[in-house]
Design a binder for this molecule. Structure first.
Ligand SMILES: Cc1cc2nc3c(=O)[nH]c(=O)nc-3n(C[C@H](O)[C@H](O)[C@H](O)COP(=O)(O)OP(=O)(O)OC[C@H]3O[C@@H](n4cnc5c(N)ncnc54)[C@H](O)[C@@H]3O)c2cc1C
Length: 367
């Protein structure tokens, strides 16, 4: 790319900052980054480590062992090459902002406005750039299947968490509102994030997540006394939306990077940012931002169809899923990589009748 290109990045969330991070050292580009007025509260982002390109000093935790628990038993996983890492929004943003005090990068704390498919800055000037990367979430549909959750960072009086093993999903909780599990990040023996997480169309009120927290802590750890240090709350669409065509390029969740079955997004945002960087470095000629393959989208559709029809078998599905993989195979699967043998084991272990039914339903609907 010989002449200088102008780029506008819209939205100061994970995708916007991740893209800034990848582009900040690319030459011959001018970046206007509209981060928005609302910076959002701090929260944790977890991912399996593959490329080691995120430094350990911005991590809040790193685990080589994790487990999935159900009423029928627990399945343990271990991986030394692909540990599960957790960073925070604030740490990630500070890291991405490092060394951006340059003439060619402007960070603007303002909301952009959109009128008739044109976007305007706070002075009502139209934003015109060679490339516009937009992470504002634009899906207005009311009926979206969600993964919604409330996380409680708590401190207990006595030692009770095994800080070497993270609980990816514990299904030993109420299943009446949809498939629910509790995600536990044990930072120390006394401090953990406990996050009740539900798959359904409706976000529950605050009391519901709190009740799950209380009964979970009592049923599993026999704890009644604890302090809540802070909370986080969110919902992730388990669907993709229609992508706008250029000069707008949708990025982040708005660019369908979220894995539809799991809601994992952080890793895929990094992959999408690399695709964009490679384009500006002339490593690729094509500015294709598609991160989720048709194969994984189809598998995820089948899984979601089962969960929507029969949420009560969620725990059985994940337990069977867990039996199919070792630690590396599971992290591979969660990161859209799969080998033939674990894939066949997974097909063999999953509840056959329900998956065949959903396979046929999806085959005729998909596309
Ligand atoms: C609490 C929480 C925990 C999560 N945990 C994980 C996890 O552990 N692992 C994982 O992989 N994924 C996780 N996710 C999912 C995903 O990684 C996040 O949702 C991620 O923030 C998505 O990034 P994004 O940039 O697409 O969207 P956002 O982070 O929502 O960014 C969009 C940005 O656009 C800005 N904006 C909106 N309107 C305007 C406007 N008019 N002008 C300018 N800016 C505007 C918003 O203020 C926002 O900052 C989590 C999500 C939440 C909410």
């Amino acid at each position: 790319m010989s002449s200088s290109k102008t780029i506008s990045i819209i939205g100061g969330g994970c995708a916007g900052y991740s893209l800034l991070n990848k582009l900040k050292n690319v030459s011959n580009i001018e970046i206007d980054f509209f981060i928005g007025k609302n910076q959002g509260i701090n929260n944790f982002w977890g991912y399996w480590e593959y490329d080691k390109d995120i430094p350990d000093n911005i991590l809040s935790g790193k685990w080589n062992k994790w487990k999935i628990s159900t009423q029928d038993g627990e399945k343990f996983f271990e991986s030394s090459s692909h540990p599960y890492c957790v960073t925070t929004r604030h740490n990630w943003i500070s890291y991405c902002k490092q060394n951006t005090n340059k003439k060619n990068i402007r960070i603007l704390k303002e909301d952009i406005m959109e009128i008739n498919n044109k976007i305007y800055n706070k002075n009502n000037d139209e934003i015109i750039s060679d490339f516009i990367f937009d992470s504002r979430y634009t899906n207005k549909s009311k009926n979206i299947f969600l993964q919604h959750f409330k996380g409680f960072l708590i401190k207990t009086e006595t030692d009770c968490f095994d800080d070497e093993v993270l609980t990816l999903m514990d299904f030993r909780c109420d299943q009446s509102k949809g498939m629910q599990f509790v995600y536990v990040l044990p930072f120390t023996k006394k401090i953990a994030l406990i996050e009740p997480t539900i798959y359904s169309y409706n976000i529950e009120d605050e009391i519901y997540y709190k009740k799950t927290l209380e009964s979970y802590l009592y049923d599993i750890y026999k704890i009644k006394k604890y302090n809540i240090i802070k909370t986080e709350k969110g919902s992730i669409p388990l669907e993709h939306n229609n992508i706008k065509k250029g000069p707008y390029f949708n990025i982040g969740i708005n660019g369908n990077v979220n894995r539809k079955s799991s809601g994992y997004t952080f890793t895929f945002i990094q992959k999408q940012s690399i695709l964009i960087k490679n384009f500006f470095l002339n490593i690729s000629n094509d500015l294709s931002l598609k991160v989720q393959s048709n194969f994984f989208n189809f598998l995820d559709e089948i899984f979601l169809d089962v969960i929507k029809r029969k949420p009560s078998i969620g725990p059985l599905i994940f337990y069977s899923f867990g039996k199919s993989f070792n630690g590396n195979e599971m992290s591979d699967f969660m990161n859209n990589r799969i080998n033939f043998i674990p894939f066949m084991k997974m097909l063999f272990n999953l509840p056959f009748k329900e998956f065949i039914k959903s396979f046929i339903r999806c085959l005729f609907n998909y596309g």
